[in-house]
Write a protein that binds this ligand. Structure first.
Ligand code: CP3
Length: 353
């Protein structure tokens, strides 16, 4: 395999020295970019874009052609796993994801198959191989999956939800059934991420978007415990290099110590935490990724630079920080503002290294 030309993202995740703080953006390939909208139109719809490795590769590289980003992230979706379990994922324009079949009983959970990464999600593995080839060592490629709890919410609700009425009712009515579902998802996610690593992913991130909706006790039992199981089951090496694992629980600030003990290499932070306080709490155990409020990108360039500078100052000197937004970039952001953000991270961080 080609040697990496820019490895500061991987180095920061392992707390090795870097010249400047690396940066990437969650949802960096997305609707705020006109070239993304054009590719999606060419594909027909979002899922056709995900299922076509050449087009998935094309959109993965679009933000890298515009900005000096330090990592690429596989273009796909977390809901490909439940789709491969037979639920029939589709996207209604402007309405978010939906499943043709929701998981609404213990019998439905028992009947769920555990997908095989190569056979049932081969289009994702092919996208990873294609992107690695086309990246040609420019920057590392991040693979990803949803957390079992986050995937379970979509599967039980049949789509997005504001209050998680059905999934939380199931958790409290029939915790054993919920555990059976989470156990199946943990197996599916472990094999899916290991497949991505075999195909060439150089780091992986677990998106626990909805872990922060749970009580303290329920988070530990129904979300974190399954992410720990996944982390323990991952092949953490590729091509003779460690493959770092990043855990991102949105609204997870309460649980940083517990997450730092999960075996992951790094934690993703949303913007509600102070990154200096987070650094003190996790100590040497993990690196941190985050944590600018994505809505700062609606503000003027000077305000964006000021906020980048403030977060860099809060983290302080030394490696172990990957700059990112605290959640995905939104469709309304001006692409020029994303550019200001990325350049500010590189420019203003040099003095901390
Ligand atoms: O970060 C990246 O650039 C990689 C691609 C990526 C997408 N989704 C592409 C996408 C990643 C990592 C995801 C993860 C994902 N998907 C999560 C976890 C992270 C998070 O944002 O909290 C979740 C919860 C999903 C499920 C999902 N997919 C939803 C709720 C939606 C609709 C949201 C919306 O903004 O309309 C999607 C669709 C989706 N996934 C889009 C993209 C670029 C927009 C689809 C489009 O082009 O219309």
């Amino acid at each position: 395999m080609t040697a990496l030309k820019n490895d500061r993202f991987l180095r920061a995740l392992l707390k090795q020295p870097v010249d400047v703080t690396p940066v990437w953006m969650m949802r960096q390939a997305g609707r705020y970019l006109p070239e993304y909208r054009a590719s999606r139109q060419k594909a027909g719809d979002f899922m056709s874009l995900c299922r076509n490795p050449e087009l998935a590769c094309e959109v993965t590289l679009q933000p890298l052609d515009r900005y000096p980003l330090d990592a690429a992230i596989l273009f796909s979706d977390i809901l490909t796993v439940p789709d491969a379990m037979g639920l029939g994922l589709y996207f209604e324009t402007g309405e978010g994801p939906r499943f043709r079949k929701a998981v609404d009983s213990r019998a439905a959970i028992e009947a769920l198959p555990i997908p095989d990464a190569e056979q049932d999600l081969g289009y994702v593995m092919e996208a990873v191989r294609t992107i690695r080839r086309e990246l040609n060592g420019r920057v590392p490629l991040i693979g990803f999956s949803g957390s079992p709890w986050t995937l379970a919410t979509y599967m039980v609700e049949g789509g997005s939800s504001k209050d998680f009425r059905k999934s939380k009712a199931l958790l409290y009515d029939n915790p054993q059934a919920m555990h059976l579902l989470l156990d199946k998802l943990a197996q599916a996610v472990t094999s899916y991420l290991n497949g991505q690593i075999r195909a060439g992913a150089q780091a992986v991130q677990i998106f626990d978007t909805w872990g922060g909706s749970l009580s303290d006790a329920a988070y530990r039992e129904f979300s974190l415990a399954y992410m720990e199981r996944i982390v323990a089951g991952l092949t953490r090496e590729n091509d003779g290099r460690p493959v770092p694992v990043i855990l991102f629980t949105k609204n997870g600030g309460l649980w940083l110590e517990a997450m730092a003990a999960s075996g992951a290499d790094a934690l993703g932070l949303d913007w509600t935490c102070d990154i200096r306080n987070a650094r003190e709490r996790v100590g040497d155990k993990v690196a941190l990724q985050g944590n600018m409020d994505p809505t700062v990108l609606y503000a003027n360039p000077q305000a964006i630079r000021a906020e980048v500078g403030r977060i860099l100052e809060r983290y302080g000197k030394g490696s172990g920080h990957v700059f990112n937004l605290g959640h995905g970039i939104t469709p309304e952001v001006d692409p020029a503002h994303a550019g200001v953000f990325i350049e500010a991270v590189h420019e203003l961080s040099a003095r901390y290294h």
